[in-house]
Write a protein that binds this ligand. Structure first.
Ligand code: ADP
Ligand code: GLC
Length: 492
């Protein structure tokens, strides 16, 4: 089947978080299953193309004030997947993808509306897929456009749409005037479509108009149907619960495993862990702590600095955590508030918490390999990839039992020798501190700790199984679309 991915970031061309890892890896896994996969991304300043070739020289995008003219550039094929980039330098040739630490770019609605519309137009020339697979609010207008302004377009009559929610916390909320500016009909501005407390909600549009909605873990698919995790859209999701499902993200082990990793100083495996000690020294050196005692456990953090990730809990307990024998090594960037918080903690506890405020892929890999434990106390976590990477590196995850963190980490039981990490449920600093102390205590018994490490290293979260699940959903959507236009009846 021909599937077109439409997304705002994808490895190796652009990345701010896990969405890019998914868009980099899932298409390849689908291609390996025999699907034809095309990936559409914006062409950002950070997008490096070796031989860019113009694929579509000009696409007219009507806006209310003036037309905009985008082009599409081909990025060639990799592992059987074709890549195309929407080129509109005025919108995408910028320092960042979505905004600066101070906030989002003010024209994000225009930027990603132009992207979505350009993709639809481009496929008429480059090949209309059987299914559009869109991701997060930045491509949410694709299903909306297909079922509204493009509803009569014969090119798209049998095309299905699957929409994956990677994060309910980012919905694409804009003022009502956005609709006429983007030449979208006013009747979308109703509660049953895109209106959301007086604003236009792109994500809500996709949840309304997509044929099928997925999210990135089973637990999160349930959580987002509740008020605690639904960010106000829980009712919309509950209304179509029959076509909402959770499919766990996989891992590209060519990128993220201690046997293959290009960024780490020594390779290692469950059979031979010796290299991990060298990786630990290399990590400590990278953080200016080459004199540290290698026996002291290192707790790693790699993260976007955002409220979602639960770091306010660390601030609450840091003075007491600092009394323990351990070192925290943190890499992250994002909200100014959390960047400043980590810098402050580092000043206060210079021997206990080392921090790099940066986005640095090489250091991220070094932390995965060189740490003994990996901390993700997230408030919510749709899937989370770093804890799954950590398992492969024998870096024991300490996580809050939410979303994908809960689905992927099994609590360690020293008596049975089963389990892969440490989990806590209540979002509370005291409980976090207790859980970290349990991990530090377990670390003292190195024989059983190695059992715990190997339990994680032997887990397999490769993409194949999840790609097959997506394949089934594409098939269901395609069949329903080609059998009858009244899709809802068939899928219900
Ligand atoms: P999210 O998508 O919510 O940010 P995930 O755990 O799914 O969380 O994925 C995060 C991805 O982004 C991982 O590949 C991680 O290594 C990477 N990452 C996050 N922050 C940084 C950073 N500061 N530097 C380098 N890589 C980072
Ligand atoms: C989001 C989520 C993260 C998930 C990633 C990829 O950014 O925050 O939990 O792993 O998308 O699906």
């Amino acid at each position: 089947m021909h599937i077109a991915f439409v997304a705002s970031e994808g490895v190796p061309f652009s990345k701010t978080g896990g969405l890019a890892d998914v868009v980099g890896a899932l298409p390849r896994a689908l291609a390996a299953l025999g699907h034809q996969v095309t990936v559409y991304l914006p062409r950002y300043r950070q997008t490096k193309l070796t031989e860019p070739a113009v694929a579509v020289p000009s696409i007219t995008i009507p806006f209310d004030d003036k037309y905009r003219f985008a082009s599409v550039v081909s990025g060639g094929s990799q592992s059987g997947v074709r890549f195309y980039f929407v080129d509109f330098p005025e919108y995408f040739e910028r320092d960042a993808l979505y905004g600066t630490p101070a906030g989002d770019y003010p024209d994000n609605a225009e930027r990603f509306a132009l992207f979505s519309r350009a993709v639809l137009e481009a496929t008429k020339i480059l090949g209309v897929p059987q299914v559009f697979h869109c991701h997060d609010w930045q491509s949410a207008l694709v299903p909306v456009l297909l079922r509204t302004v493009y509803a009569e377009d014969p090119a798209f009559r049998e095309v299905g749409t699957v929409f994956t929610i990677h994060n309910m916390g980012y919905q694409g909320l804009f003022p009502p005037e956005t609709l006429p500016l983007l030449m979208l009909p006013w009747d979308l501005f109703t509660m049953s479509k895109m209106e959301f407390f007086g604003q236009v909600n792109f994500l809500k549009g996709a949840l309304t108009y997509s044929d099928y909605v997925t999210t990135v873990s089973r637990k999160y698919s349930q959580e987002i149907q509740t008020a605690e995790y639904g960010f106000g859209l829980e009712g919309v999701l509950r209304d179509r619960a029959g076509t909402v499902t959770g499919i766990l993200n996989g891992v590209d082990y060519e990128e993220w495993s201690p046997q293959m990793d290009k960024f780490i100083t020594a390779k290692y495996s469950p059979q031979d862990l010796a290299g991990k000690a060298l990786c630990k020294m290399d990590l400590l050196t990278a953080f200016g702590m080459s004199n540290a005692d290698p026996k002291v456990p290192v707790i790693g953090i790699v993260s976007r600095f955002a409220a979602q990730k639960g770091f306010d809990l660390i601030a609450q307990i840091m003075d007491r955590l600092a009394r323990e024998e351990m070192t925290v090594v943190a890499l992250g960037a994002g909200d100014k508030r959390y960047e400043e918080m980590f810098v402050r903690l580092n000043k206060q506890f210079p021997n206990k918490i080392a921090v790099k405020v940066a986005y640095d892929n090489a250091i991220a890999h070094k932390i995965e390999a060189g740490s003994d434990m990996f901390l993700m106390p997230s408030k919510y976590e749709p899937c989370g990839l770093n804890q799954i990477y950590s398992l492969k590196y024998g870096t024991v995850p300490i996580v809050r039992a939410t979303g994908g963190l809960d689905d992927t980490i099994e609590p360690w039981d020293a008596r049975t020798g089963k389990g892969t990490g440490f989990k806590f449920t209540e979002y509370n600093g005291e409980v976090l501190l207790l859980t970290i102390k349990q991990a530090l205590q377990a670390f003292r018994d190195q024989t059983s700790w190695q059992v715990l490490m190997r339990n994680g290293m032997n887990k397999d979260f490769s993409w194949n199984a999840s790609a097959r699940e997506y394949g089934k959903i594409y098939e269901r959507v395609r069949q329903a679309r080609s059998v009858t236009p009244v899709l809802e009846k068939v899928l219900a």
